[in-house]
Ligand binder design. Sequence first.
Ligand code: SF4
Ligand SMILES: [Zn+2]
Ligand SMILES: [Zn+2]
Length: 310
Amino acid sequence: MIMLCQKCGAVAVISNFNGTFCADHFKENFEKIVLETIEKYGMIEEGERIAVANSGGKDSLSLLYILSKYFGDKNDIVSITIDEGIHGYRDKTIGTMKKYCEMWGVDYVVYSYKDFAGLGMDDIVKKESGIPCASCGVLRRHLINAGAIEQRADKLLTAHNMDDEAESVLMNIFQKDYEKLLRSGPISGIEAKEGFVPRVKPFIFVSEKETMLFSILNGIDALHTPCPYSGFGFRGVLAKVVKQLESDVPGSKKKIIDASIFVKNAHSGDRVVSARAKLLNCSECGSPSSRTVCEACAIKSRVSGQISKG
Ligand code: SF4
Ligand SMILES: [Zn+2]
Ligand SMILES: [Zn+2]
């Protein structure tokens, strides 16, 4: 059955809970949702210097495209890429990232695990126990925040989409990490504490599939190269659950996210959230940390063969 665009009657390219649209009206509606999210949550103020976490994949390039289109003349934009040191994966996407930053006139910087810890992920996985994503996630969060500070950014924008966020909410519930649950949402991180750049997610209300389509319709040629270490652990299980749930009950991902935002708002003044105030500063790098040595510096000490003080 041919579906028709709800706005103009042309042949539709997508039909989901956000509507049924032809290519042009889908792009228009996608940008509208993202711009409304930015506006509603005060994600970008005029004159702010904004850093965009840019993996060189379809999600972050689509975000950078919209930002350079609508905010390029009002805000300084810098693209930050983290090079995990994963052969055949990140080396390819860094080339794509550079191509589009140059095309759209956006400054870019790259920070690497090798420069920080002396080793890239391909060597770290041989030294660290546990699933690769655990240490990789700690190092990435650390480097991206440190990079945003070095770049004097007021906000750090990430292209986390609705699928990513719904998985994270469920992950925090299953791991009983309620503090992290209350720090998630459209504006995450520890906003008030010096040493953290507020992280915001303009794509939180668009899905992975919509973002993929948006990138294709805008001619963004980002190869989907999966990380060889992905799919391990519980997040891989939850990713499948979330996709199945959305297929059985359309709108499920948004309901999960709406529920988490409601809970976050209802607990905004609580003890769990105010635990932020008790943070120390890492004795190695100075970053805010709940321990004397932050997790990233502890990994660095372990993989480089030095004894962690933490
Ligand atoms: S999938 Fe895991 S190991 Fe690969 S880049 Fe992502 S967090 Fe790192
Ligand atoms: Zn149309
Ligand atoms: Zn540290």
